[in-house]
Design a binder for this molecule. Structure first.
Ligand code: UDX
Length: 478
């Protein structure tokens, strides 16, 4: 019996394809790692050629956790843009459009070539996990008879909000003028009536133009495309989003809530995995080593968020005025259209700036006392799994919903959306770092980290869903 199962494993071949963005690659690579270690399945992890070149450990000569796995390999396809075309935030729409119209042909060709054993000795692809941002790749795989599971990098509440966009439009709650009261409650999104306001919807809902409305409809229809898949994977857990997970399961019964995936990987392999498209500056860690416990504010806005020079300066001055030490990830393209000049020399003792940090390790460092974040879902779950209180300054999309959850539902941080002024930054940083409020937040964050640990540990809800996923991939591969 066991050997029949082993044979099946030899024949099963899972291909995983993330959207070519840092936050998407990171989390789907973590899933791939956990699956390859735990289930022994053969896994091909597919990147675009451009990103494949940037990820140092996708080269077999580099030492990485993956080089030790004989059942794991990296593949790549062109993204359809010329090599010298920029791929930064400003060019995101162009990149996603090119994937949709051009890269999908390369994807199809790769799956067809995967049917030819002579090429590399691996069996044909028997199942795919595709990023929910790219449902047309799911359709391409299924047209070739290969079952596809969708993976969403957003959280369950945000997915639910996206799915309700048509209802909100029908109820005349969307769109609304940008300059009208943003604290008006949203009533047409079930299970979120108590706390969802206009302000907490994706920013493009404010004064939405005709083009914005079309984008919102697209968000809704992309989200609904999960009905065409064999399953939906979410990087979340019951302890975080149980009420909304049950709503989502009523639409997509085969939903796997297996997160937070960073914590799941840690629990299964006792190690962490990160995929960096940017060069990591590990000096951030040695600087933290020389700081007192919980004395540093870590500031990072993820991989694609942009800010105006004025916003940057308000946050900077608020931090300086708070008197606390801080470590800030300032990507070269973080501040749009400007080169900010900051007087670092005077603050040398108190401040460390890096272009890219080993974020998970930073968040787990004893010296970090709070996290100023844009509330990208990966950053949020990494912060929560590490038990670090947050101050939230969302940029776009799901981040507006998430920052409300952090402040109002999970109560592990403070929501600073629409309040980017130095006095507010200073008082929120103080509240998260000093005194009674900080103690309260720390306690809530620590409890949440324990609960997350339970979810991903042996017998926990997320671990059970992850094991079910591994079994289902095998049976879909039959
Ligand atoms: C995007 C969207 O913005 C987000 O809302 C969505 O949920 C996922 O995709 P991004 O904005 O980059 O991602 O944010 P986030 O989801 O937080 O992902 C950033 C990743 O980069 C995290 O895994 C974080 O650990 C990593 N990171 C960030 C680093 O490793 N080092 C850094 O210095 C900064």
């Amino acid at each position: 019996m066991e050997s029949a199962k082993d044979n099946l494993k030899q024949e099963a071949h899972l291909l995983i394809f993330p959207s070519p963005l840092q936050g998407h690659i990171n989390t789907m690579l973590r899933l791939a790692y956990a699956l390859s270690v735990e289930s022994g399945l053969r896994i091909s992890f597919l990147n675009t050629d451009h990103n494949h070149r940037l990820l140092s450990f996708s080269s077999p000569s580099q030492h990485s956790p993956f080089s030790l796995l004989s059942n794991f390999r990296f593949l790549s396809i062109p993204d359809g843009l010329p090599d010298d075309n920029p791929r930064s935030t400003f060019y995101l729409t162009e990149l996603l459009q090119s994937l949709k119209t051009r890269a999908v042909d390369s994807f199809r060709a790769l799956l067809l070539a995967g049917g030819n054993r002579d090429t590399d000795g691996w069996p044909p692809v028997t199942c795919v996990i595709v990023d929910g941002q790219l449902p047309h790749f799911m359709d391409a795989a299924q047209e070739l008879g290969i079952p596809a599971i969708l993976f969403r990098t957003i959280n369950a509440y945000s997915l639910w909000v996206y799915l309700q966009i048509p209802q909100m439009m029908e109820a005349d709650e969307l769109p609304f003028p940008a300059d009208e009261d943003l604290d008006v409650p949203i009533k047409s999104v079930p299970a979120m009536e108590g706390f969802l306001r206009r302000r907490d919807l994706p920013k493009m809902c404010r004064g939405a133009t005709k083009a914005d409305n079309e984008k919102l409809q697209l968000l809704a229809s992309n989200s609904a495309s999960a009905t065409r898949s064999k399953g939906l994977i979410l990087n979340t857990s019951n302890s975080l989003e149980a009420p909304i997970l049950s709503k989502i399961r009523s639409l997509f019964p085969n939903t796997y809530a297996i997160g937070p995936i960073n914590a799941l990987v840690e629990s299964i392999t006792s190690s962490s995995v990160s995929a960096n498209l940017f060069a990591e500056d590990r000096s951030a860690l040695s600087w933290l080593d020389s700081q007192l416990d919980r004395s540093v504010v870590y500031v990072s806005f993820g991989s694609i968020a942009l800010m105006m020079e004025e916003e940057f300066m308000e946050i900077w001055n608020g931090l300086v005025n708070s008197g606390h030490r801080f470590l800030w990830v300032v990507r070269p393209d973080l501040v749009a259209n400007a080169t900010v000049t900051i007087k670092l020399a005077e603050l040398e003792e108190r401040v460390r700036i890096v272009e890219w940090a080993p974020q998970e390790e930073v968040l787990r460092h004893r010296a970090v006392g709070c996290f100023i974040t844009h509330c990208g879902w990966n950053s949020t779950v990494e912060g929560m799994a590490a038990g670090v209180p947050m101050v939230c300054f969302p940029w776009l999309w799901d981040q507006f919903v998430i920052s409300r959850l952090v402040g109002e539902v999970w109560k592990v941080g403070l929501d600073m959306k629409d309040m980017c002024r130095r006095d507010v930054v200073e008082s929120m940083v103080r509240a998260a770092m000093e005194g009674e409020k900080a103690e309260e937040l720390r306690q809530a964050a620590a409890e949440m980290a324990v609960e997350i640990g339970r979810n991903v540990g042996e017998g926990g809800d997320s671990r059970l869903d992850f094991e079910r996923l591994a079994r289902d991939i095998l049976s879909l591969s039959l």
